[in-house]
Design a protein around this ligand. Structure first.
Ligand SMILES: [Fe+2]
Length: 378
């Protein structure tokens, strides 16, 4: 038989799970740990988890309906900007980590704040973007009390795919157990664990004032990086800022749900896709922030694929390379880190190699539907 004019070659697609998962998850970076109940309960030569009532549980039969819209009240608008309740003079030490983003506060107990103090907390965190409050009592308090505290700031978000303490789906857990070496497999395919994102930005009403507290941590490593999305916006030229105004981007929960299903995890709520302005305005400070992130943002509405990809790549690189508008939070025992998810992005760092347990809990009040105010020359 004469040879065909055009020779074709059959390419065999490798059947590795990493390859299949990458089709399902696109640019979403998946760093899923492996949960070993025996190691966490103190068997196999490991120390038992210090806070066992915070170990993750999953109920595959637990299904939630789509989230309903709700009216968010922004308490930061009511705050006294001199912070008399949150930062009483002579009692509290405030150390700024950088000029624009990040502070460390000692000398105030968040759980004991009055409502006026909570208003100030929302405002102060919006101003400073992320604040580490040291020597807090969250880990000693009943979870019910912490949820009551958090509910002041907005409706609790229930995460679609994460494990939660038994009976408390509102608590999002970040847990990497003792002896978990799954990160070695991750590094076989990836160069870095940095995955910038704003939490669950795919929701119609993404979180605002957000609380993350540490239960156990490695001796060194496992810091959290934050980027100031307001400063990132200000660094752009007026012409480019003006072009971004009015544009919306689509944020998707699909890839995160796919990743969970691919590893046999749960999907409590069917994934959603929502459009949000690329430049959003903070309801208390009026500051404008870039609101696109590589974990959940997929494309810009109304642009062609190449145009959308080029602009998004530029914005992701701009945020990621901006070490001069980023802060790195080092965890200490009894630290509660509070950030404003509307004006920051963050990334966990999985950089420790000694198999130490890292265990944190998040309280995630949802906020307003993101909105933008018109471009202004500055
Ligand atoms: Fe996060």
């Amino acid at each position: 038989m004469a040879p065909a004019a055009v020779e074709t070659q059959t390419v065999v697609i490798p059947e590795t799970s990493a390859f299949k998962t990458s089709i399902l998850t696109g640019q979403y970076k998946e760093l899923a740990p492996k949960f070993d109940p025996e190691a966490e309960s103190g068997l196999k030569g490991y120390q038992a988890a210090k806070y066992p009532h915070y170990l993750p549980t999953w109920d595959p039969n637990e299904k939630y309906p789509p989230l309903e819209p709700f009216e968010h009240y922004e308490h930061g608008k009511d705050a006294d900007p001199t912070y008399p309740n949150l930062l009483p003079k002579g009692q509290v030490t405030v150390t700024h980590l950088t000029p624009t983003i990040g502070s460390e506060v000692r000398g105030i107990q968040l759980s004991k704040l009055s409502n006026a103090g909570k208003d100030e907390l929302a405002r102060f965190v919006a101003e400073r973007k992320v604040v580490a409050f040291r020597d807090q009592d969250f880990v000693d308090l009943p979870i019910e009390q912490l949820l009551e505290f958090g509910s002041y700031f907005g409706r609790h978000h229930i995460h679609p795919t994460s494990g939660a303490p038994k009976g408390f789906p509102e608590i999002h857990l970040v847990h990497r157990g003792a002896g978990d070496n799954t990160i070695d497999q991750y590094f076989a395919n990836r160069t870095s664990t940095v995955a910038w994102h704003s939490d669950v930005s795919y929701e119609r009403q993404p979180p605002g004032t957000t609380f993350l507290y540490v239960l156990e941590k490695p001796e060194a490593g496992g810091d959290t990086l934050f980027v100031d999305a307001v400063e990132a916006y200000k660094r752009l030229s007026p012409a480019f800022r003006q072009r971004l105004h009015g544009l919306k981007a689509r944020h998707s929960a699909v890839e995160q749900a796919n990743a969970s299903r691919a590893r046999g995890g749960i999907v409590r709520r069917e994934p959603v896709i929502n459009e949000h302005p690329i430049v959003r305005t903070h309801p208390a400070t009026g500051e404008k922030a870039l609101f696109v992130n590589p974990q959940f943002t997929r494309d810009i509405v109304g642009l062609k694929k190449e145009e959308s990809e080029a602009i998004l790549k530029f914005l992701y690189d701009h945020l990621a390379y901006g070490a001069d508008f980023q802060a790195r939070i080092k965890w200490e025992e009894r630290t509660v880190v509070v950030w404003d998810n509307r004006v920051t992005q963050h990334s966990a760092l999985v950089d420790w190699k000694d198999g130490a347990r890292r265990h944190l809990a998040r309280i995630t009040p949802q906020a307003e539907v993101p909105f933008e105010t018109p471009f202004e020359e500055e």
